[in-house]
Ligand binder design. Structure first.
Ligand SMILES: C[S@@+](CC[C@H](N)C(=O)[O-])C[C@H]1O[C@@H](n2cnc3c(N)ncnc32)[C@H](O)[C@@H]1O
Length: 224
């Protein structure tokens, strides 16, 4: 019989406690995205504005992820599918892209566009505030862009992302640096984001050097 080390059990027990007790760290942050009147076309235009770095630097970010044909990737908090589309082309017909979001209207928009563009490897998954609802140990890469500060329950989401990743899976977090001004709504500075994610069973591999990023940073984690 395979024995699980006591230390691993204690970490897991501590994590379960932290996740179960977590209260929302930003109760109003997703109000717009949860609205029945969500203006999907309006958000699609905003998310793909040239002044938005996550859009402008998208090809540099894509290259940094080094996706391979056949990979299974999850775009968590996919919004209107800016990265979902790029990932679907990169992993090809033998690969798969799960697009998750808490807003069903965004997922319908992504599904409609994927069908229009013949991207049969895109599957939308309705996410919850505390769960991606992805199958366990199913994805090679989890990516989220401009989403971390939208997680109301970051410990639960991080733990759930860990659950969805394969043992050797990679997590990439593209997040706005908290510099004040326009980024006032960003909850935590980079060091805190790293500490929170590491606390849920990940280790930082590196901050990836992406040429087009000034206002955002890209972090690469693996399971610890
Ligand atoms: C600022 S948008 C970014 C959209 C997209 N990733 C992009 O960069 O264009 C944040 C997205 O995170 C989604 N979101 C917030 N909490 C989430 C959660 N727990 N799980 C999945 N998506 C979530 C929102 O609905 C919204 O679509």
């Amino acid at each position: 019989m395979r024995m699980i080390p006591i230390a691993a059990l204690l970490v897991a027990a501590g994590l379960c406690g932290a996740v179960a007790q977590e209260t929302s760290v930003a109760p109003t942050i997703n109000q717009t995205f949860k609205s029945a009147d969500l203006d999907v076309e309006g958000w699609a235009t905003r998310f793909t504005g040239e002044s938005r770095e996550a859009f402008h630097a998208r090809m540099d970010v894509l290259k940094a992820l080094a996706l391979k044909p056949g990979d299974t990737v999850a775009d968590v908090g996919a919004g209107t599918g800016l990265y979902t589309r790029l990932f679907a082309q990169a992993v090809g017909p033998k690969g798969k892209v799960y697009a998750t979001d808490i807003a069903p209207q965004f997922l319908a928009y992504i599904a409609q566009n994927a069908a229009r563009d013949g991207l049969k490897n895109v599957e939308t998954v309705q996410g919850g505030d505390r769960s991606t609802n992805l199958p366990p140990a199913s994805v090679d890469v989890v990516f989220h862009s401009d989403v971390y500060h939208h997680f109301e329950f970051p410990a639960a989401m991080n733990a759930d992302i860990r659950r969805a990743l394969k043992a050797d899976g990679r997590l990439y977090v593209l997040e706005l640096a908290k510099t004040g001004g326009q980024t006032g709504h960003v909850r935590a500075p980079r060091e805190e984001v790293i500490a929170e994610i590491e606390k849920t069973g990940f280790r930082l591999v590196e901050q990836v050097n992406v040429p087009g990023l000034r206002e955002n940073y890209l972090l690469h984690f693996r399971k610890s």
